[in-house]
Design a protein around this ligand. Structure first.
Ligand code: GDP
Length: 545
């Protein structure tokens, strides 16, 4: 039975609210743009590969032999990343399933919170949360979940590694409910776990159900009740207790409710094993049936409905030097409305400049291709020479400005020491490039000449040093700075801001957009300044406009 809604309810409603003009389906209702959130090692990479495999986007001939190559073809293009076996930069993979176009955005998997991850999550309409069945909700999962919750992003949960000894399924559901305050609705149920694993049952209430043990062993049963009432199964030492657990879940949990999921209150839960390809198809089907198509994009002067005819989009990420042999720079643009066509002229609202987009790209599992046409929800890569920055809005003619893509007050501030003064120019260019990519924030102190760099997580500093060296040939040392934190400062009254700026020259810097930033040595100094200047606003985030 196809329970897939014809058009996504939330975006459809929004279109009508807007002004009733936009009920054209440009193809965006066939898009599902999502990310996977998880703690390192939960199985995100394996699941990604299996999703691509199951959908036919990649073929695995000899899995083990191909593994090394497959890993390289993903976003693992950086040295540091390969050494650590983590994926630091996000990338996008587009594939098709069941007549829909799925855009999977990769979020960095390391435990260090990065702005990049946050921004990726501002560009998706839903997320898959992968949990290790033995470990439950881990720190990074919870952090990423909180980011999703800020925007009420709907989440489908995949409880992975049920082929290993894990926690009792009821206990896992309980943890999701209590730790994340989400209602749960299991979509599959495991029969045994670890060495006793006998397969997962699809919890289809009105039709035949399948018991899947691995890609080859599948059996059909006429219905769920029939399966539960099967005397022979109930007498089995593994199936018996599992069926009892399933009955408890069925009695005590609410039925799946699409609206509740779409509003971010309920998560469908799939028990499975990425490695054994169990539950992967159920996950794909859940994405197709439940996950929303592109939602209206928060913007000024008003939200952008995905069915609006004019093309709009925003830059969620800039990646430089993707291919070390070519100094290319690619801006990943999430389209938010209209039908984009290759060769189109788009305006960067920030600079007011138009650019002709001649070679936009789609990214697939293994390669890229020219994008001739794209719609809301799609991510296109636009090669450029530094004209596009993270957060930029692109439109055909109008002046919409996409909102909600923040940059964070840095928690670590370092002074950049350059031993070789002949490289001053290269350093300035490199820092500018990397700041544009969002790798670090760069500040220029009002007094003094050394650059200051600010990051949210310590790993970003390592990435900075490594990339300065490998991509720009600039060796730097990062030194402790006197400063502990930074705040963007502003005031309604320009005279008041001016007074503050003049009185605090020694503690002020400019960001790349020339906005004043107050640097504080400690929290005491910050609150002292706030007390003395009650009309100055000190912000921890700067919305990019
Ligand atoms: P990531 O760090 O979240 O990307 O995790 P990986 O996909 O790299 O997986 C971490 C480890 O768990 C690897 O050794 C995988 O082979 C293993 N793994 C992933 N999925 C499963 C699974 O379903 N069952 C078992 N037993 N191991 C798995």
């Amino acid at each position: 039975m196809d329970t897939r809604p014809e058009t996504a309810a939330p975006s459809g409603e929004m279109d009508r609210i807007d002004d009733g003009l936009f009920d054209i389906d440009s193809g965006h209702t066939r898009r599902r743009t999502f990310a996977i959130i998880s703690h390192p090692d939960a199985g995100k990479t394996t699941l990604t590969e299996k999703l691509l495999f199951e959908s036919g986007a990649i073929r695995l001939a000899g899995q083990v032999k191909e593994r090394g190559e497959r890993r390289r073809t993903r976003s693992d293009w950086m040295d540091i990343e390969q050494k650590r076996g983590i994926s630091i930069t996000s990338s996008v993979m587009t594939f098709e399933y069941d007549g829909l176009v799925l855009n999977l955005l990769d979020t960095p998997g390391h435990a260090d919170f990065s702005e990049d991850t946050y921004r990726t999550l501002t560009a998706v309409d839903s997320a898959i949360m992968v949990i290790d069945a033995a470990k439950g909700i881990e720190a990074q999962t919870r952090k990423l979940f909180e980011v999703c919750r800020l925007r009420d992003i709907p989440i489908i949960t995949f409880v992975n590694k049920i082929d290993r000894e894990g926690r009792d399924p009821l206990e896992i559901l309980d943890e999701i409910m209590s730790a994340l305050a989400l209602d749960v609705a299991p979509v599959t149920w495991p029969m045994g776990m670890g060495t006793d694993f006998r397969g997962i049952v699809t919890l289809n209430e009105d039709g035949p159900v399948t018991l899947t043990r691995n890609t080859k062993a599948r059996s059909e049963h006429p219905g769920l009740q029939d399966f539960i009432d099967d005397e022979k199964l109930r007498a089995d030492p593994v199936f018996g207790p599992s069926i009892e657990g399933l009955e408890i879940a069925r009695m005590s949990l609410p039925a799946f409710d699409l609206d509740s999921y779409r509003e971010g209150h309920m998560t469908p839960v799939i028990f499975g094993s990425a490695m054994r390809e169990v539950g992967v198809r159920d996950l794909l089907e859940a994405i197709c049936r439940f996950a929303p198509s592109p939602l209206p994009q928060p913007a000024l002067p008003k939200p952008i409905p995905p069915a609006m005819p004019e093309v709009t989009g925003f830059v969620l990420k800039v990646q430089a030097n993707m291919d070390p042999n070519h100094r290319d720079r690619i801006a990943f643009v999430r389209l938010t409305s209209g039908v984009f066509k290759r060769g189109m002229k788009l305006r960067n609202v920030r600079t007011g400049k138009d650019m002709k987009v001649t070679s936009p790209m789609f990214f697939f599992a293994r390669d890229r291709a020219i994008a001739d046409e794209a719609v809301a929800g799609d991510i296109v890569g636009i090669p450029n020479h530094g004209t596009l920055s993270v957060g930029d809005t692109l439109t055909e003619t109008s002046n919409y400005t996409v909102t909600g893509i923040p940059s964070f007050a840095p928690e670590l501030i370092r002074r950049v020491r350059l031993p070789d003064s002949m490289k001053t120019k290269q350093l300035a260019k490199a820092l500018n490039d990397l700041a544009e990519e969002g790798v670090v924030q760069v500040f220029r102190p009002v007094i003094g000449s050394a650059w200051l760099v600010g990051v949210v997580g310590a790993l970003q500093l390592e990435v900075l040093v490594s990339r300065l060296q490998s991509e720009y040939g600039v060796e730097v040392a990062l030194e402790m700075s006197a400063f502990d934190t930074a705040r963007w400062v502003d005031a309604d009254d320009p005279a008041e801001l001016d007074r503050f700026v003049k009185a605090n020259q020694g503690d002020l810097a400019k960001d790349r957009g020339d906005r004043p930033v107050f640097l504080a040595r400690n929290s005491w100094e910050l609150s002292y300044a706030q007390k003395n200047y009650p009309n100055v606003v000190f912000s921890t985030t700067k919305e990019r406009a």
